[in-house]
Structure formats: C-alpha cells, structure tokens
Design a protein around this ligand. Structure first.
Ligand code: M6R
Length: 590
C-alpha cells in the first residue's frame, strides 16, 4: 500500500513528481524516492522518512530529466531501510521500477534469478526490474518486457517502469491495485490516485486489471496481455484539487472533523429513486451481508441495527478479511453491502470478487467515485464527502451513518420523513463542535499521560464506543477498548484502578439507566468517568454534552466529540495526527 506516480512531459519531471507524491503520501510515508532519465542514464534518489524529510536531505526535485517515476512507501516486505525504498533498479542500473501491491511468488522468482542477478533489497518488488532486465537484454522493447513480466507475477500489483535506453516512455501494468492515467497536452501521468495529478488535469482514464499502459508526452496507448491494443476514452474527475489541501488548517484530520456539518449536508444529497431502488433490493434479498474494515465496519454495524429497526431483517456484518471463512453461505440470492471510504481496500475487493463469483449482488457505499469497488458494484451510493486525506476516518464515518439512516428510512418506506429529520444533522454537528471544542482540549491535556482507556456503551451506542476507541488507538497510540457496558463486570473491571479513564456513551435513550449502573460499578473501583450524554449525572467527573435527538440518531452526535478528543489527545502527546506511525490511509494489501 504505497503511492506510485510516473510522469512524462516537456518540462523538468522531478518537481512535478515531488508535488504529485505530496498528494499520495496518505498511502504511505515511511520512505520516498524518485528516479528520472537524463543523458541516457537513470538518476535516482531515495531514503527513509517522510517525503519532506527525504526532500530536505536529498533535494529530490533537482533530479534532471523530463520523465520519471516516484514512490511513497508503506513497508510490507522488508524493513524501513534506504535499500528497501523505491524505485528499485536492475543490475545494470538502466531500468527503474516503482510498485504498489504484493508479488506473492517473489521468493520463487528471486531464487530463480539470484544466480545471475544481484539483489540489494528485501522487497518483493525487486524481482520486477531483474525480470525486465533479462527480457530487455534479449531485445524486447520496454512494453514487450512489461507484458512478459506480468505473465510471471502472481499477486497484486500496479507498477511503473522506465528504461534509460527508451528515454521518452513510461510503461505501467495493473493487476488488483489502482492505476489511473492523467492526460494533459504534452504531459502524461500514471498514478495510484487521480489526486496526484488533479491540480494539472482532470482528464483521466482508469486502467483495468490485466492492462498495460505505454505513455509518451503526446500519447497514451493501452494493451492487454496478448499485446492487443485497446480503445479507451478519457473521463472527467469530479473532485477539485484544492479539496485535497489543508486550506489553512493545522492538519487534515482537524479540517475533516470540522467539515462534518457540510459532510452531513452532502451525504443527504442522494438520488431518491436510487435510494428507494436499493431499499427494495435489500428487502427482496434472501439475506443481506455487510462487509467492511476498520471504521467502515463500525458504520456497517450501525447499518445492521438501522436495517433491523426498519424491517430489513437481521444481517450479519463480516470483517472483510474474514469473509473467506463464511463464503459457503453466499449465493445468488445474497446481497452484499460493501462499505468503504476508499473503495480500494484489498480485503474488501477480495471479498467482493469472491461474492461475485458466487453470483451475489453487490451494493456499495463508497466515497471514491473512481474506485475499484464502485466499478465492481451493481449499485452504489456515494458519500459525497470529498477527499479524506487524514489517515483516520472521520468525516467519512459521519457520511456513512447518514447513508445508512437514509436506507433505513427507505426500507420503512419513509424516505421523505428521514430526509426531513436528518436535515437538522448539520446543525447538531456544528453545535457539538462549538459546545465541546475547548473542554475537549483541556480533557486531552489532563489525560495525556494515561495509557489505558475504556469506552463503554450499550445497544447502538456500543458501536460508537468501538469506533471512538479505534480513533484514540490510531492517532494517540494509546490502548483503548470499546466494549458493551454490560461486559465490563465479566472481566475488564479487573483493570480499572484509581484514575483509569472510562468514557461512557450514555445518551438518555433506552440504554441510559443500565449503562449508568455499569458506570457506577467502574466509579466504585476508582475510574475517572467521562459521560457522553445529553443529561448530566453526578457520577460523571467530566460531562461531554451532546444534543438531545431522536434515539436512533444518538450515534451520529456521540461520535463527533470523541473524534475531536482523539485528535486533541494526539496533539497533547506531541504526535502528528495526519500520519500515525505504521498506518496508511488506503490498505491495498491483504
Ligand atoms: O477505505 P476503507 O473505508 O475501506 O478503509 C477501511 C479501514 O482501513 C479504515 O477505516 C481504517 O480503519 C481507518 N484508519 C480508520 O480510521
């Protein structure tokens, strides 16, 4: 799960590649590198660290030449070392490759190649330039070589290759990982994500699995693995490039949390016929199965509750990576509801591919219009929340909840009623930001030395406990458990001691009194109790006030201050909320 970019044009390539990589850094930021071609030679600089650090140390943008490739890495095979950073070279130093994905058979390929080739990294990627080297030495062109290489590779990949003896050309291939071509006069891009070139062009062509792309500054050609040329036409990317900038905020994470009132408004802007159509599909299916990972899975858990409340029946929520172990139960009468911000999460794509093989119908809830998941689905509702760059999902979760509410109301044949009620959601959220802003900063600083947090709740609010704990783990690097309040006494209560923070999500709904009893149990063992509620209680050491709303909507208003709390906790601990260690936004490996 890395970001890759290839560029060919008329001006210096390196500054353009560097600026493209800045917009891909959400995909990986443990090392970075660029290779260009100049005077018939590959010029390469790469190192460990965030892109900015590598740039400061090596001046990547000064590499000469009008063509090049770049990479930001999230390590899978081989540690975070300069040798493992991309681009990777062949033995002669004439071929350079950047890759996203996993070459599953790299061990076999490497042991076959190693008697003739000198490997300097531990990565799976390095087999690609060495395989290419053999084919190009046999007289193949770069594109012929790439086609032959793809026949050797198992696993998933999107890679871009350059060759110093064919200096006007970049060649790329895709199998399982996203790849998009950007087109402008005299400039061509091949990248993991259109955000990388959106500032320069909104004209793009999606590369599909099994396709090979050959780009020169004036032309892009597509081939299949039988070397047959394919006809493809460009489309327009709808996002605006400046949506993917910080716009004056200190971090993307804060910007995205504060955008949530607008997010809610945009998520409500759905085609009513499509929503009704999907609701009918849900009602008609023999079974509905949700799949998602991380935050998207928590949204699906709420979706399950909403569907059940409005008459859609009980639906299992399967963590996408666990899908294979349940796949026997999927058939042509199954409706799979896939939930994903990026639409590129490998576990989800793999599960959806498997479900399609069983002839299941796929509905999805996705943010990225250009994503693989959107293109694989029978019907899609889009989150419409614009680019989410912060590694932690925040505004996309709010949009996912809104869409599940809409689908729930549609299932109950009350879509208009749902739209009317949810029209107030932007002001609930904006009020929540205003009300809690300062108090949450103080609370985060007060608790900044604490290493264990327990989030407890019941019913639908329990999923918010899970999601809020995930936020804190991700950006504040703190152990946090989100658990059903009633479970505390079955074991975890043993961990509560004087001052242990227990965050109870207990709006005044059907869960209120029982959750409060569990809060009392924790308090009696010395817990520092933070109550997230519309009703103040003496047992709370700190009250996070949420607005009074209809019961079903409490999850929507409870998560907002808890996202902010996680954000301020990261700041109070001196951490970068946008780039949490070991993580990346788009998990495109299994
Ligand atoms: O793009 P997706 O919604 O499919 O991503 C799923 C998870 O990887 C994602 O939600 C992850 O857990 C986030 N970092 C959560 O903040």
């Amino acid at each position: 799960m890395c970001g890759i970019i290839g560029f060919v044009g008329e001006e210096q390539a390196a500054p353009i590649i560097l600026s493209s990589l800045e917009n891909l850094e959400y995909r990986g930021y443990d090392s970075a590198g660029i290779a260009t071609i100049s005077d018939g030679k590959i010029c390469l600089k790469k190192d460990v660290g965030h892109l900015e650090e590598v740039q400061q140390k090596h001046h990547l943008d000064e590499l000469p030449g009008v063509l090049g490739i770049g990479h930001v890495r999230w390590a899978t095979h081989g540690g975070v070392t300069a040798n493992n950073a991309h681009p990777h070279l062949d033995c002669s130093g004439n071929i350079a490759v950047v890759h996203n994905g996993i070459i599953e058979n790299y061990r076999e390929l490497r042991s076959r190649l190693k008697s003739k080739h000198n490997f300097i990294s531990q990565t799976d990627t390095e087999v690609i330039p060495h395989l290419l080297e053999d084919y190009l030495n046999d007289g193949a062109s770069l594109e012929e070589g790439v086609i032959r290489v793809t026949k050797q590779l198992q696993g998933s990949y999107a890679f871009v290759a350059i060759y110093s003896r064919e200096p006007g050309k970049i060649v790329a291939a895709r199998q399982g990982n996203s790849l998009i071509v950007g087109l402008a006069d005299g400039r061509k891009f091949i990248a993991s994500d259109s955000l990388s070139f959106l500032k320069m062009t909104d004209q793009a062509i999606f590369v599909e699995d099994g396709e090979i792309v050959v780009a020169t500054k004036d032309k892009v050609r597509f081939f299949n693995q039988d070397s047959l040329e394919l006809e493809k036409s460009p489309g327009k990317i709808d996002w605006k490039w400046d949506e993917a900038t910080k716009q004056g905020y200190d971090s993307f994470t804060l910007k995205e949390i504060l955008e949530e009132p607008e997010t809610a408004r945009r998520a409500l802007m759905q085609d009513k016929n499509l929503v009704m159509d999907m609701a009918l599909g849900i009602l008609r299916a023999r079974q509905v199965v949700f799949i998602g990972c991380g935050t998207s899975r928590y949204a699906a858990l709420l979706g399950r509750y909403v569907f059940s409340k409005f008459g859609g029946g009980f639906s299992p929520v399967i963590i996408a990576s666990e899908y294979p172990y349940f796949s026997e139960s999927i058939d042509s009468n199954t409706l799979v509801m896939a939930v994903s911000q990026s639409g590129e999460t490998a576990d989800i794509l793999e599960a959806v591919r498997a479900a399609k093989r069983k002839s299941a119908t796929i509905f999805s809830i996705v943010n990225r219009v250009d994503s693989s998941l959107a293109r694989m689905s029978n019907k899609v509702l889009y989150l419409n929340c614009g680019p989410e760059i912060g590694v932690v999902a925040t505004k996309s979760f709010v949009a996912q909840l809104i869409i599940f509410y809409l689908l729930g109301f549609a299932i109950g044949n009350k879509l208009d009623e749902g739209l009317d009620k949810l029209a107030a959601a932007p002001s609930w959220i904006a009020g929540n930001h205003r009300e809690n802003g300062k108090g949450l900063i103080k609370l985060a600083w007060k608790l900044r030395k604490r290493k264990d947090f327990y989030y407890i709740a019941r019913g639908t609010n329990f999923h918010i406990a899970g999601e809020a704990a995930l936020k804190l783990k991700e950006i504040a690097y703190v152990h946090a458990d989100g658990m059903p309040a009633g479970e505390l006494k079955h074991g975890s209560l043993a961990l509560i001691e004087k001052g242990t923070p227990v965050i109870a999500i207990c709006p005044e709904d059907y869960t209120f009194h029982e959750t409060l009893s569990n809060v009392e149990e924790a308090k009696a063992r010395g817990a520092f109790v933070i109550g997230v509620s519309d009703r103040r209680e003496d047992v709370f050491d700190k009250w996070i006030k949420i607005p009074k709303v209809e019961e079903i909507f409490y999850p929507l208003v409870s998560i907002v201050p808890l996202q902010l709390f996680a954000y301020h906790s990261a700041i109070a601990r001196g951490l970068d909320p946008d780039k949490p260690r070991n993580l990346a936004k788009s998990v495109t490996v299994k």
